[in-house]
Design a protein around this ligand. Structure first.
Ligand code: NAD
Length: 272
């Protein structure tokens, strides 16, 4: 069977189709407000920079006051807040068109040794805070008939690893929250998705690599290949900017039908 492509630029369902019929992803967020949590470092910082390039007005939230420097560079609003504190979240102006729930942290310990208060803290930052931010953002998104929620999950939202009980539980919880939001918000033009990276080259992971190299007496490159990436087909870390590209794509007009799903950037980890 021969499939005849539609005449150039004729398909209104492809907002980016140009006069040659080539689909062009137009990522123009001019006039949109994007709130990014954990924007002071790593993936959140890369997302902030990418969304600023797309023209979004940015609100950058982090507990680390250094986020003010990035906000200054990007002409953004900085909010220094601890997302483990519900009152701090409730005092935010949560109105936005794009919400990137990114703030997170890790704690590595065996289950008998896992401190319960650390477990609870991680759930507050990585599940409860996204829930609170989403419920504050949705009324404005519904009113405008458009919205994008991107939850930075992890391969650990889909797979477990030993010694990471709080992190794995939180990321699995975030997956469930994201899907529920997708079902409720779809009639209002709002999408909700998870992005699931493997190991990303951020300060968080670079510190882990240095610690492991010292502990095992091996080179950092060996830590990456032999310890971190044993289950990844691609033996390299992902760069934060690569994650930010996918986040930006999910915010674009052509991604309007993508909702309730989890998009891996894991170098083949979950393929096996
Ligand atoms: P990072 O440590 O470089 O950045 C995390 C940011 O979150 C920091 O700026 C930190 O100050 C902020 N933050 C932490 N707790 C906070 C709180 N209570 N209130 C406000 N801000 C807080 O880490 P990253 O690697 O960029 O991680 C970002 C997200 O990506 C996390 O959700 C993490 O789970 C996820 N992720 C990271 C990797 C990786 O390999 N680095 C892989 C998969 C998923």
């Amino acid at each position: 069977m021969t499939i005849t492509p539609p005449p150039a630029g004729s398909d209104p369902a492809i907002p980016g189709a140009d006069e040659t019929g080539t689909e062009v992803v137009r990522l123009d967020l001019t006039g949109r407000t994007a709130l990014v949590t954990g924007a002071g470092s790593g993936i959140g910082r890369a997302c902030a920079v990418r969304l600023a390039h797309a023209g979004a007005r940015l609100v950058l939230v982090d507990r680390d006051a250094a986020v003010r420097d990035l906000a200054g560079d990007l002409g953004a609003t900085a909010v220094v807040a601890d997302l483990s504190d519900p009152d701090a979240i409730d005092s935010l102006d949560g109105g936005c068109d794009v919400l990137v729930n990114n703030a997170g942290l890790q704690h590595v310990a065996s289950l008998p040794d896992f401190p319960p208060d650390r477990f609870a803290h991680i759930q507050r930052v990585m599940v409860e805070a996204p829930f609170r931010l989403i419920r504050r953002a949705l009324p404005d998104m519904y009113a405008g008939g458009w919205g994008r929620i991107v939850n930075i999950s992890s391969v650990h939202g889909l797979r477990a690893s030993p010694f990471k009980a709080a992190y794995v539980a939180a990321k699995h919880g975030l997956e469930g929250l994201s899907k529920t939001v997708a079902l409720e918000a779809a009639p209002h033009g709002v999408t909700s998705n998870c992005v699931n990276p493997g190991y990303v080259r951020t300060p968080l992971v670079e510190g882990q690599i240095a610690d492991q190299a010292a502990a095992h007496g091996i080179a950092e490159s060996e830590v990456i290949e032999q310890i971190l990436l044993t289950r990844s087909a691609m033996k390299r870390l992902i760069e934060p900017a690569e994650v930010a590209e996918l986040v930006a794509y999910l915010c674009s007009p052509v991604a309007g039908f993508i909702t309730g799903t989890s998009l891996t950037l894991d170098g083949g980890w979950t393929a096996s």
